[in-house]
Ligand binder design. Structure first.
Ligand SMILES: Cc1cc2nc3c(=O)[nH]c(=O)nc-3n(C[C@H](O)[C@H](O)[C@H](O)COP(=O)(O)OP(=O)(O)OC[C@H]3O[C@@H](n4cnc5c(N)ncnc54)[C@H](O)[C@@H]3O)c2cc1C
Length: 608
């Protein structure tokens, strides 16, 4: 058996995984990051828009502070977040942005003098102060009171990830790609690392670690229409759920982004609307101000996505062979602005749609985009249920996002959580020793070896893993999308249970154990369907509407009964998750109130 030992094992080499690994390496611990793809191809590199931090350097950010950022974050979360975590985050975000600058991120900077910006489709001028020349600039992003989104043109994720990957290399972090974690090694009490499969040779390796971090990103690929990369299939969450003791938090909290392009579902950044892009219907009428007079296109993502869907349901969408869509109009921003500040949007539209956004409208529809749910952790990033297991980034439910994360808050979360959770992991590594159990390692390895042999031999059946996946897509797209209701969710849960039965009977047509995509899919399809069930069953039980979770049969946000977080675990052999609940937040720095957009009724907390 191939065994590799390290202090810290990060499942994932995106921004969160690498940032945590750097913290450990900086403190003298050995760190390994595993990744399906080369680190720089992690999904973080696709983020165009930017990262939120209250620096207050720009004219439109003047007067900003962590307090204002905190209020935006809590309102955005529809009071579903852990307010202590949101506070930790907003206070540390400015430090993290400056640290990124120190490490080499080429942030766009303030240029003094009169500048033209856009809001609500209209240009206006603002004067940038001479004394702020060269400080980190910021742009407008959905749902914020001040402009605080730091950016590097429209390639923020790309620049920050490259910078962190360089830093990780400098610090001696061992980043291993084309390796996929398929199970955690544990004894029901302590996590001791993971079993990982080489995607080139098929060889299994036991990575033994004193601390293990799940940083595998979102699980958007359980939906057919998603802006997520194909590697965002929830691999780390599946390994956590399979332990039977680790909880996943708020899996029903799934964000849809208003502007996925049709039909490829590639995202065009929120920066388009932030910079003044408008949404038009089939009559080329700008409809958002009718629904949201105050914020219009800049209301939070859950609100804009819902309003778009509502508008299309009225028959005002643009018919297309791929279903109805709406238009995003950025033409009025002008050629200079689009070709420079929205360069990537320009390229995406030209390459994938044959549309020139300087002169033409862009077809868009709301598309699955972000997973607020994930491995539930405490404020130190430690997972519930297993000592030595941590989570950070989109794979986690650290929970500063509640039921809707703000644009720009998740990239920032990766590096801020990376810094904070990384620090806590360092304390953990300094303060405790792990005893590795040879029985746990041997059992984990034997189990995975047997699973692969069974799949290759079609021992449990010969269901096609891709057919099963497509059935899951149909079910979840239909039952657990933007608008949800009891009847559809019940149907969806029933269908997914049946699909889970089929996922347990998959077998291979191909027989290679090495570079074999069919085997890779077969190994994770049961877990993906389980994640889909956590979403749909959690959504069925949550009889209220909060943030991105909208129940047509329970339209009010119910602070009396549902100011709580769903915790899902999975017992071996079960065909549904076990759901438990905990209070959404231990501390109310900001008591529940109106978000100021989106409308909707609120059932107040008892005693309010
Ligand atoms: C198109 C798009 C644009 C976005 N733009 C913005 C934005 O402008 N601002 C913002 O704040 N947020 C944005 N987001 C969200 C943000 O990019 C992500 O939340 C964030 O980058 C996630 O980082 P991460 O490190 O948690 O995960 P990722 O960057 O997704 O990294 C996950 C890592 O885990 C690895 N991995 C996965 N499964 C396994 C496994 N089983 N074993 C081993 N390794 C595994 C992958 O190879 C990868 O290295 C955007 C998201 C999308 C989809």
């Amino acid at each position: 058996m191939r065994i590799i030992q390290t202090d810290l094992l990060c499942l994932g080499a995106g921004l969160a995984g690498e940032r945590v690994a750097i913290e450990a390496a900086d403190n003298g611990f050995s760190a390994i990051c595993l990744s399906i793809v080369p680190a720089r191809r992690s999904h973080s590199s696709a983020a165009q828009g930017g990262m939120q931090a209250a620096l207050g350097n720009s004219a439109m950010g003047e007067g900003d502070s962590p307090d204002v950022h905190f209020a935006d974050t809590v309102k955005g979360s529809d009071w579903g977040c852990d307010q202590e975590v949101a506070r930790l985050f907003v206070d540390a975000a400015p430090v993290a942005m400056r640290q990124m600058a120190f490490w080499g991120v080429p942030w766009n900077r303030v240029v003094p003098g009169e500048q033209t910006y856009y809001k609500g489709g209209k240009p206006f001028t603002a004067v940038e102060k001479a004394e702020n020349e060269g400080l980190i600039h910021s742009r407008n992003f959905g749902g914020t009171a001040k402009w605080r989104t730091c950016y590097t043109s429209d390639g923020t994720g790309h620049c920050v990830l490259y910078t962190l990957d360089n830093r990780a290399a400098q610090m001696g972090v061992n980043v291993v790609d084309k390796v996929e974690a398929i199970a955690l090694i544990h004894d029901g009490d302590t996590c001791m690392g993971a079993i990982a499969r080489c995607l080139k040779t098929g060889e299994l390796t036991a990575y033994l670690a004193r601390a293990t971090l799940v940083a595998t990103g979102g699980f958007g690929r359980i939906y057919r229409e998603s802006t997520n990369a194909v590697i965002c299939d929830g691999g780390g969450l599946i390994t956590a759920l399979d332990t039977g003791v680790v909880s996943l938090g708020n899996m029903e909290a799934v964000q849809f982004h208003p502007t996925g392009i049709v039909p490829t579902d590639i995202l065009v950044t929120e920066g388009c609307r932030g910079d003044g892009g408008t949404l038009l219907d089939k009559n080329e009428y700008r409809f958002m101000p009718d629904y949201e007079p105050e914020k219009a296109e800049l209301a939070s993502r859950d609100v804009v996505s819902r309003r778009m869907t509502e508008h299309m349901r009225k028959g005002l969408g643009v018919p297309s062979p791929y279903g109805d869509h709406l238009w995003l109009d950025i033409r009025h921003l002008g050629e200079q602005h689009i070709r420079t500040k929205l360069r990537e949007v320009d390229e995406i539209c030209q390459s994938f749609l044959g549309v020139d956004p300087v002169h033409q409208l862009i077809p868009v529809r709301p598309t699955q985009h972000y997973s607020m749910g994930g491995v539930r952790t405490n404020k130190d990033g430690a997972a519930y249920g297993l000592k030595g297991l941590f989570a950070a980034g989109e794979a986690s439910c650290w929970d500063m996002h509640g039921f809707n994360r703000l644009g720009g808050n998740s990239l920032a979360e990766t590096v801020v959580a990376g810094m904070i959770v990384g620090g806590k992991i360092v304390e953990f590594l300094k303060g405790s020793e792990t005893t590795f159990s040879t029985a746990a390692v041997r059992d984990a390895m034997a189990r995975q070896t047997a699973r692969i042999a069974d799949l290759v031999a079609c021992k449990n059946g010969s269901e096609n893993p891709y057919t099963v996946r497509n059935a899951m897509f149909d079910s979840i797209m239909q039952g657990a999308g933007i608008f949800r209701n009891g009847a559809d969710l019940e149907k969806c849960v029933g269908e997914l249970q049946e699909i889970l039965g089929r996922a347990r009977k998959v077998g291979l047509r191909s027989n290679g154990k090495g570079a074999n995509p069919e085997l890779t899919m077969a190994l994770k399809i049961e877990g993906m369907v389980k994640l889909a069930l956590c979403v749909a069953y959690g959504a069925l039980q949550r009889t209220e509407s909060r943030g991105a979770h909208t129940r047509e049969d329970f339209p009010a946000r119910n602070d009396r009964d549902w100011l709580k977080r769903t915790l899902a675990t999975w017992d071996e052999g079960a065909d549904l998750p076990t759901l438990n609940y905990e209070p959404a937040t231990g501390i109310f720095e900001m008591p529940p109130g109106d978000r100021g957009y989106g409308g909707g009724q609120i059932i107040p907390m008892e005693g309010k």
